[in-house]
Design a protein around this ligand. Sequence first.
Ligand SMILES: [Zn+2]
Length: 702
Amino acid sequence: MNRLFSALLILTVAGAAAAHSNPFFAPSPLPFHAPQFDKIKDSDFKPALEEGMKRQLAEIDAIANRADAPTFANTIEAMERSGDLLTRTAKVFVALNQANTNETLQKVDGEEAPKLAAHNDAIFLNPKLFARVKALYDARESSGLDAESKFLLERYHRNFVRAGALLNDADKTRLRALNQAESKLNTEFHDHVLADTNAAAIAIDDKSMLAGMSDADVAAAAEAAKERGMEGKWVLVVRNTTQQPQLASLQNPELRKRLLAASENRGRHGGPNDTRGIVVRVAKIRAERAKLLGYPNWAAYVLDDQMAKTPANAFKLMTDLVAGSTKKARQDAARMQKVASHPIAAADWELYAEKVRKAQYALDDAQVKPYLSLDRVLQDGIFYAANQLYGITFKERHDLPVYHPDVKVYDVLDADGKPLAIWYADYYARPSKSGGAWEDTFVDQSGLLGNHPVVYNVANYTKPGPGQPSLLSFDDVTTTFHEFGHALHAMFSNVKYPTFSGTATPRDFVEMPSQFNEHWALDPAVFANYAKHYQSGAAMPQELVDKIKRSRTFDQGYALTEYLAAALLDMAWHTLPADAPMQDAVAFEKAALRRYHIAMPQVPPRYHTTYFSHIWNGGYSAGYYAYLWSEVIDDDAFYWFKAHGGMTRANGQRFRDMVLSRGGTTPAAEMYKAFAGHEPSVEPLLIERGLKEAPSDSKVNH
Ligand SMILES: [Zn+2]
């Protein structure tokens, strides 16, 4: 016991000493307050997060307990200024825990997430503070506030009400307990999925099993084995989604089945990483929280604050597309079956889709990839398009510290040459990184705080073997444009209040700028600029370009069906009422897919329930439909560009001024209508998805 005590004492002393040199305790002296990754230690997070909460709570208490009457400046603006230490620390912590985690960070997350949930409740359930907000809100029409400030006041009032400020004390206590319970489960889910996804990787002893894979992919599999201490073997790493890219080339049917099964069984095969129990409890907690707050289910609560407004509206957009989407998938399956001479199972789909592309469009993915090197896609594709549209330029810099050697840093310069933002790119997969791709910020732009955007993109592309280039599939190219679209939204942000900065829009609008940016990947001028052979630099032969275009809508049935299955599953989980019994996760999923006529054994959901991170710990609960909702708008916006001369600086500037720079300062529907001059129509989406023919004169009328 004595020994334990002294060990604790040493830890405490070390913790106290570290506080003096903790790099989070003062704003970073680096350009735009970029994080000091060369100084930050894992042990800095816990004390900085806890001190950050303490300081913000003191600031909040001071606001709530003021003797003078509430004003916008002494209440709302003061809240916007509060919590700088906490924000600074939490942003870096979230980034690292997602992109480069370890046991220490996961432990901090497990300990601090419930405290952060309680901290949030301490602010939004503070009755004195809410009384001040409410007094201002009630007098808002005669306040003389400018539009952005008035909208912020309304936002605050809404946030308080949605967080439970109107509840009685007993219900507030119950709400706090639910928030605590959920935050613990979110963290558990995150850790279990990461561990089970790593554990799902398949080690291969016999190279002949890999027949069909390109030399570059085999080299990457050998490298993945080496990283895991299995030199001389090959490791097939499992990606985030149900479908796995290696299934497009692996010839061995047994190995294909094994790989898909390893992916699909994540979280539902027993053992320490099972998530079935977690997800049903999270669904139950959310339904109970919704009920407390006066909504029939969690989806109704979430959507009340989104463009879609009601679950019925989101359901309608999706269910209207089910018949067309599954029909197209079945037609494609029939074409594949002719090539295969046997029925197409899910594990065969990608391979035979490739064969049909080869046979009917003479398009071979292996021919395409050498023209899609990550470097060129970035420099000559993404940066080029952003320059043509918005006038910005990029310059890699090597003087800023990074958290992993694979991370690159760029200065983003505005059209007049002035620094606009700093952008980090972290593109390669590693076991310490969560699956998928995302964008977030280290620092949000804010006029009030004088902050400039410091933004990052993360992805999980296969790290090439030594000396090899990173060659992308066209899907990966699209993902890179997508995440960069979010980054542009953050970089162009030109708002006063941090609450409205960059991507702080309704979630069913936030995918609009990102999906809009995807369109430029296939713009003829952009494509010709980046699709060049990684060795010779030769342009992609026109014949190959034409093949890509001709085959574009092929396999859209699969893509849309797997998406709709996942999005409907999300809504099914989150429209459960609070009094529904605890579910069996797997049985519930099966029944839900059948109910919405989207159950196709050959086309499993893009994510099964047990590893659907978007909805269980990624902030997309009752929100996976948002990609489709945003797609209606981004396709409409792209057709607006087409109708107005395409990729011009003038069009780009209009889009930047009226949409990308506005963050959450204006209701999204109004903002879009002001830009386009009309409400978005679903027609462009149907054409882009191949569910409808383009008008013969190829002009689109709205
Ligand atoms: Zn996105």
